[in-house]
Write a protein that binds this ligand. Structure first.
Ligand code: ADP
Ligand code: MG
Length: 282
């Protein structure tokens, strides 16, 4: 009993002082054949191979690369729904399990939009870590939920069913859930796909609003222009890290050819590059 009380009193994993927000060391992933979402230490068909990097507090990182590059796999390792075949993933010095500071918005296609749940309930789900499973939301929790919806300009949608909303509104609601969670590490898997330009801009304005809070943001995207313009660093991924750093250093012709290979056309003697961004959005 004392152990349960201790766990409730100390919800979430304590953060180790001086450790990076996120760190991967020698992370390799091979999926087990025929079992969905399970990794194996024996496979040789690598989804990710020997990935190492660090991300500091408050950084905003774009993760780019062709379909099948391992972007979603990378995010699943960070939230802990997938375990690496080899290597270590640490968040503030500890493995992913038990952290309440990580908010993850999966690719749209992986969410069941027909599930009958209201917008404010979706956002309240973000508070489960703070509330604990053993009590009902208090007035303060509802206040946090409604404030979070206000911050993303979605207060008027609180009572709607999540499935009724447009793609841009749905993404904003999931960002509100991350705010309600008081997340310190926000992972958005292709949040811009299928959104019109004003909706994309709205997402970036909300992310800009998180900067003073020091929230670290990783966004998987197919849009190389946005990656170059709106992020502190770009990670170019194709089963391994091809390059990670400032956009000008990362998005070079050589690096892009290394990552995209045949999916890329070089025009005007290397002046312009066209990425084949067509994707099945699995
Ligand atoms: P991205 O998000 O960049 O498109 P993914 O991380 O989804 O890439 O996929 C990386 C590789 O891992 C692909 O070859 C994909 O087929 C494979 N993969 C992804 N998820 C699974 C799974 N659940 N089981 C088996 N293989 C998978
Ligand atoms: Mg993906």
């Amino acid at each position: 009993m004392a152990e349960i009380v201790r766990q409730i009193a100390h919800r979430g994993v304590a953060h180790e002082h001086g450790r990076p927000t996120l760190e991967m060391q020698g992370v390799t992933v091979a999926y087990a054949a025929g079992v969905n979402g399970v990794t194996t230490t024996r496979g040789t068909d690598y989804a990710l191979k020997d990935v190492s990097f660090q991300v500091g507090a408050g950084e905003r990182i774009a993760v780019v690369g062709p379909n099948g590059a391992g972007k979603s796999t990378l995010f699943k390792l960070i939230v802990g729904t997938l375990r690496p075949s080899q290597g270590d993933v640490t968040i503030f010095g500890h493995g992913p399990a038990g952290h309440i500071c990580i908010a993850y918005v999966p690719q749209r296609s992986q969410i069941d939009w027909g599930f009958p749940v209201t917008v404010e309930d979706v956002v309240m789900m973000g508070r489960v870590g703070q509330i604990g499973f053993f009590r009902w939301p208090r007035r303060r929790d509802w206040a946090v939920v409604h404030h979070s919806l206000e911050r993303v300009g979605a207060a008027h949608l609180a009572r709607k069913q999540i499935g009724e909303l447009s793609g841009g509104q749905q993404q904003r609601v999931f960002v509100a859930r991350a705010l309600a969670q008081e997340a310190e590490l926000l992972l958005l898997d292709e949040p811009l796909t299928g959104l019109d330009l004003p909706s994309q801009e709205a997402i970036f304005e909300i992310l800009d609003g998180l900067r003073p809070d020091g929230v670290t943001v990783l966004v998987a995207t197919h849009d190389l222009n946005l990656a170059a313009e709106r992020f502190d660093r770009v990670m170019l991924l194709n089963r391994k890290i091809v390059a990670l750093g400032a956009a000008t250093a990362v998005l070079t012709t050589d690096n892009l050819l290394a990552a995209y290979g045949g999916h890329m056309t070089v025009l005007n003697d290397g002046d312009m590059l066209l990425a084949d961004t067509c994707c099945d959005h699995d």
